[in-house]
Design a protein around this ligand. Structure first.
Ligand code: HEM
Length: 119
């Protein structure tokens, strides 16, 4: 969908922000991937991801960072990518985001794997 239905189902930008905040909490506690984030600026990452998801789901947000450039030197594996996606699903489920909206977001993130996984 190109309209803002999914954006509203996420609870607009404020709802997305809560989903992303809890998602990052899961990531930072996830032994499979937390080491990647040792030197990350979590506040900046939170704001960027919130804007990115807001935009992808049809909200009035701007986001134009390049996924390939950002993740170039991180050595992200496919297993790490999948673990991160699981943590996102966990947060979306916890916040009762409707499944169609969840799947829409996941389907938009999945193709980014090619730019993010380098190892
Ligand atoms: C589709 C999946 C992903 C998306 C949409 C995404 C999005 C982003 C964004 C927007 C930033 C930039 C934050 C900023 O503005 O500085 C970022 C940085 C980062 N990402 Fe990802 N990412 C994804 C997957 C992953 C995976 C799988 C890992 C590792 C397990 C990862 C690790 C990092 C790290 C370590 C940073 C750097 C943070 C910093 O230097 O402060 N990302 N990501």
């Amino acid at each position: 969908r190109a309209d803002a239905t999914y954006y509203h189902e996420f609870g607009d930008r404020a709802g997305i922000h809560v989903v992303i905040t809890d998602f990052l909490g899961y990531v930072l506690a996830d032994d499979r991937i937390k080491a990647y984030f040792t030197n990350a600026n979590i506040a900046v990452l939170n704001a960027s991801l919130t804007n990115q998801v807001c935009m992808l789901e049809g909200g009035p947000c701007k986001f134009d960072e390049n996924m390939k450039t950002i993740h170039k030197n991180l050595g992200v594996t496919e297993a790490a990518f999948n673990a991160l996606a699981e943590d996102l699903q966990k947060s979306m489920n916890q916040h009762d985001i409707p499944l169609a909206a969840q799947n829409d977001l996941l389907s938009k993130l999945a193709p980014m794997k090619h730019d993010i996984v380098t190892k």
